[in-house]
Design a protein around this ligand. Structure first.
Ligand code: ADP
Ligand code: ZN
Length: 746
């Protein structure tokens, strides 16, 4: 324990001299950022906020989800001599944050109903000895036992209070929690202790309310930009939304994501439907038991299940950093919720997609939901917020600009990465595409639905396409475009009244009066470039996909050992940097974002060894010199190497080499080669029959049916040792490919 001493005055200019602040750490915030968290620079306001807190002042922080609020109080907590109390509304968040801190060698704990009596008494012992730096608690706990706990805290040396999700205190906000109201008494109990209040969403009315209610002492407010550059926003009309969802998921193979639905029932229905399409998902809603919810959440967090279909009950406090997409099947109640829910994507800074299906019917439906009993005033606020949400969807203004303006921020440009911007910038002469689609409808005698027409256009070899259709000249004329692109173009053609859908349970595509002009070539049509596919960011260097996969496996083992989610060990972006910059020693490793001293000490050697043996095998050397010290604000700027590795395997396979031979030639592991071949089934380059006998295939298929699941683990367990993961994956991919052809037969 040190008192701030004269000889540090120079270096530690962030300490006000007129204040006697007892300091624990001699390191500056920046040094701590590096040594404890492994990051090389602060983001936006972080450093200013930290300095302010260190001066003992009250601070209000408005920063978007994923912006890095936690560090703003965690670093002061390490510098202050005493204890920092973090008040947070959700238990899941506490555990994750505390686990992550502990992995960085920081003494942290949480108190809530999930911990045992022994753990609790142990925590109190540590608290009494000033051996905990950060304690996470709920507001209820703070004021529990008639203020006894508060009195107890007064006997400790509390240096700082951090109030997370501070908007919960205000009824102007969208997530008012009555238990937060008690926090109005906090300041009067701890007159001299600085308070930092943090939130990711608050309009100006809510902001003022938070400051008043917390009675902060001439607080300084720090507002960070709410722009989440790496999230791309898409809003589409709610038509055939399930099919659209499948297309969307197809574009995100292997990615982790959240799909929000309005009701418990629609959540369950969607999970079932996806299951029938061989996509494993779990549900999360208030109708499940606590155990079920915990279990599903854990499966998702540990990447055992990649898709969570949830009501809004899910998410607050979910710190999973590699969520690649968020889909809203139904309309959120307000822009704050939309922003917060979509904000759960891409916390690691990598490109992520937010897709919302909008219909006016949803607005009508929600009108009933936003009424708050016995509170006319609040009902009116909620209704106004709902109308703004609808306006956001209907507006033709850049989505990002609209969102930022809503939160009081200027955004001068067009973002180029939302559906509106993309529409505007990417229209093209689509006459030929339209002619192809319309001729297909003519050839199919206006008797088939969209999916059939698309499969026909793309020349699908599915049995569902009638054999005489396969003889037609138009069959396969649209093979150059993907399913998703065809969907989008056909929808546009319907919007332009060049095609129409018949009424009834199985709508079929019909021509309209306007179709003839296109077919005869007298009219032109401008189409909108396909949505959902945004331009890739320019990358600095490429990373080794195979190494990345190996590193993921190792991370998984480490996570299982430590009983924490994988991303708590290190983020995906960190693994990508490892696989791109190929560090060869601890010093080089320390330049990788996310490796602080403790993590280097704990896990450095394991990861280095893997990188090293990969490099030896492939004759590669370190790329660390390419790493810019100034990391771009968001994203790693590294992209995967092109799919050449699959092609190389395919080439050898086609030349008659066995898997063993390919392994030797390519110097790769068996599971890697088998993985390539299984992947090649999806692209139709390899047929399942080439890899596995028909008996084995039948058995695996049966196991899949019984488990109505294509997660590999349960099937492998059921089948036992005679069947490898690769064989199971091959069959799963085969089934998946088959499933893609969903046709509506008239
Ligand atoms: P918030 O609470 O604002 O939603 P977090 O505090 O959870 O965000 O931070 C989001 C992610 O960004 C975390 O993985 C965190 O470790 C990381 N992070 C925060 N600050 C920095 C920084 N200065 N450099 C790199 N990564 C950072
Ligand atoms: Zn835009």
């Amino acid at each position: 324990m040190y008192e701030y001493s004269d000889n540090k005055k120079q270096a530690n200019s962030w300490i006000r001299r007129d204040r006697k602040i007892l300091l624990m750490h001699m390191q500056t915030p920046l040094q701590l950022l590096k040594s404890q968290f492994g990051y090389s620079e602060f983001r936006d306001n972080q450093e200013d906020i930290i300095n302010h807190i260190l001066e003992g002042k009250d601070v209000f922080v408005l920063m978007p989800t994923g912006g890095g609020k936690s560090l703003c109080y965690q670093i002061p907590a390490l510098i202050f001599e005493g204890l920092t109390i973090v008040i947070s509304p959700l238990i899941a968040l506490m555990k994750d944050q505390v686990d992550a801190l502990k992995l960085n060698g920081i003494k942290a704990a949480y108190l809530n109903s999930t911990i045992s009596v022994e753990e609790k008494s142990n925590i109190f012992k540590l608290l009494n000895k000033n051996e905990i730096k950060l304690l996470y608690i709920s507001p209820e706990r703070l004021f529990s036992q008639n203020g006894e706990f508060l009195d107890y805290l007064k006997t400790l040396n509390v240096s700082l209070f951090a109030i997370d999700e501070a908007h919960c205190i205000s009824q102007w906000g969208h997530d008012f929690r009555p238990e937060y109201r008690k926090l109005t008494q906090l300041k009067s109990n701890f007159l001299k202790t600085p308070v930092v209040a943090l939130t990711a969403t608050a309009d100006s009315r809510t902001q003022t309310d938070i400051l008043e209610r917390l009675d902060l002492n001439s607080p300084r407010t720090f507002v960070s930009s709410f722009n989440r550059e790496n999230i791309h926003y898409y809003i589409e009309p709610k038509q055939n939304s399930y099919d659209r969802l499948l297309d969307f998921l197809e574009e995100h193979p292997g990615d982790s994501g959240i799909i929000y639905c309005l009701s418990r029932k629609s959540t369950e229905t969607l999970v079932d439907k996806l299951g029938q399409d061989y996509i494993t998902a779990k549900s999360y809603h208030a109708g499940l038991t606590r155990e079920e919810r915990m279990k599903h959440q854990e499966l998702f967090i540990k990447d055992d299940v990649r898709i969570m279909v949830a009501t809004i009950a899910f998410g607050m406090g979910i710190d999973k950093s590699n969520v690649r997409f968020v889909v809203h099947m139904d309309l959120p109640k307000n822009i704050e919720s939309y922003y917060q829910e979509t904000g759960r994507a891409g916390r690691d800074g990598l490109k992520s997609d937010a897709l919302l299906f909008y219909s006016y019917a949803d607005v009508m439906k929600l009108k009933g939901f936003v009424e708050i009993e016995d509170n006319q005033e609040q009902s009116a606020i909620m209704l106004e917020k709902l109308n703004q949400m609808a306006d956001f969807c209907n507006s033709k203004k850049c989505r990002r600009k609209y969102l930022l303006n809503y939160f009081g921020e200027e955004y001068p440009d067009q973002c180029g990465s939302c559906d509106i911007c993309l529409d505007k910038h990417e229209k093209f002469d689509g006459t030929i595409i339209a002619q192809k689609a319309l001729s297909a409808v003519v050839r199919l005698k206006e008797k088939f639905g969209i999916n059939y027409v698309i499969d026909f256009l793309r020349g699908s070899d599915s049995k569902k396409i009638k054999s005489w259709h396969k003889e037609l000249k138009t069959y396969g004329i649209g093979a150059d475009l993907g399913k998703q692109e065809w969907h989008s173009h056909i929808r546009t053609l319907i919007d332009y009244d060049l095609l129409k859908l018949s009424e009834g349970e199985y709508p079929v595509l019909n021509l309209t009066d306007k179709s003839l002009g296109i077919l005869q070539g007298t009219e032109k049509v401008m189409l909108i470039a396909t949505k959902i596919r945004a331009k890739a960011k320019k990358a600095e260097i490429e990373y080794e996909l195979e190494l990345f996969e190996e590193l993921k496996l190792i991370r998984r083992e480490l996570a299982e050992e430590a009983v924490v989610p994988a991303y708590v060990i290190v983020a995906d972006s960190t693994l990508i940097e490892l696989a791109g910059y190929l560090p060869q020693n601890r010093e080089e490793l320390s330049k990788i974002s996310g490796f602080g001293e403790v993590k280097i000490h704990k896990y450095g050697d394991i990861f280095l060894k893997t990188v090293d043996s990969y490099c030896t095998k492939k004759n590669l050397s370190s790329n660390i010199h390419l790493k810019k010290t100034k990391r771009t604000k968001q994203g790693t700027g590294i992209r995967p190497k092109s799919g050449d590795t699959h092609k190389e395997t395919l080439g050898l396979f086609r030349s008659g080499k066995s898997i063993d031979e390919i392994m030797t030639i390519r110097n790769l592991k068996q599971f890697t080669i088998e993985g390539h071949l299984a992947q090649l089934i999806l692209t139709d380059d390899v047929q399942v029959e080439e890899l596995i006998s028909s008996e084995k295939m039948a058995t695996i298929q049966k196991a899949i049916d019984i488990h109505s699941d294509i997660a590999l683990n349960p099937i492998k367990e059921a089948l036992g040792d005679g069947y490898s993961y690769a064989e199971i994956r091959a069959v799963v991919n085969h089934l998946k490919k088959d499933k893609e052809v969903v046709a509506i037969d008239a």
